[in-house]
Design a protein around this ligand. Structure first.
Ligand code: TMP
Ligand code: ASP
Length: 255
């Protein structure tokens, strides 16, 4: 038996549900098997994806915490909740998607004259306004300020945290033969006003290429397999989990 009880559904997104519990400092996140792309124009159910993303996120949050990056993560959920549930601290998520790009891919190459695969040094940091109704548009500093989404201190802290996440995760993935091409994170503010990494970090939200594979499709181990109809999506996510499990301890269970 667990020491808490699930109460109401706080939020349902495309890939997760967030549930309140009867403890004010504890929120339960349920990772769904739903896959969407292109602002949900493309949809599928991929059995096992929720559990894989939950475990991958748990391991990555633990690696980040060990490196001093604050996150909302507390641990995997104990039974009777299933393996696609984790427990986190409640946060107010800032509606900004922070994208760091180490190698040019995706929307950058559709919007700019930059060849896919071009290394980006220093990494490129892009902010997008998280709102499906507007199609998550690219933000400028002036628009960010106009929307009042964060103050100047939080803006600086956001950049510092995002670059630290990039450094830590680039090193981790490199150690298991994966190239962290780009990724998206979301940040939240805790009850005590701390800025923390929230949401998830998984092959749904990262581009990961197998360093040992030359073919530009075969090397993809992330959601681009779904976006581009390459097949083997769950298998690719399973490969990512297997590799990071090889260098990380078992994720903790929060009791
Ligand atoms: P992009 O190249 O499509 O802008 O994506 C950059 C990174 O952000 C990539 O790793 C995928 C991730 N991402 C999300 O996590 N959610 C999204 O809605 C989008 C568009 C991208
Ligand atoms: N997550 C977004 C969607 O569902 C876009 C994407 O990841 O490609 O539509």
């Amino acid at each position: 038996m667990t020491a808490y009880r699930l109460t109401e559904l706080l939020y349902e997104g495309k890939a997760k549900r967030v549930h309140a519990t009867d403890q004010v400092d504890l929120v339960a996140v349920e990772y769904k098997d739903d896959a969407t792309a292109f602002n949900a124009l493309k949809k599928a159910q991929l059995a096992g994806k929720g559990e894989l993303n939950c475990r991958i996120s748990a391991l990555l949050f633990e690696v980040l915490a060990a490196a001093g990056v604050p996150t909302h993560y507390l641990g995997l959920a104990p039974e009777p909740l299933a393996a696609n549930w984790m427990l986190v601290r409640p946060v107010r998520v800032i509606p900004v998607e922070v994208v760091i790009r180490n190698v040019a891919a995706g929307s950058l190459c559709r919007q700019m004259p930059i060849e896919p695969g071009t290394p980006l040094e220093p990494p490129l940091l892009d902010l997008y306004y998280k709102d499906d109704a507007f199609g998550d548009p690219l933000l400028t500093e002036a628009r960010l300020e106009r929307l009042g989404l964060m103050n100047a201190d939080q803006r600086r802290e956001l950049e510092r945290l995002a670059l630290q996440v990039n450094a830590v995760l680039t090193g981790l993935f490199q150690s298991v033969g994966l190239r962290l091409v780009d990724f998206k994170i979301e940040l939240g503010i805790t009850a005590d006003q701390q800025l923390v990494v929230a949401d998830e970090i998984s092959p749904d939200t990262c581009r990961l290429w197998d360093e040992a594979v030359a073919d530009s499709n075969d090397r993809i181990l992330d959601k681009d397999r779904f976006r581009q109809d390459l097949g083997g999506v769950v298998e690719a996510y399973g490969e990512v989990l297997k590799r990071i499990q090889g260098v990380c301890p078992q994720p903790r269970v929060h009791r």
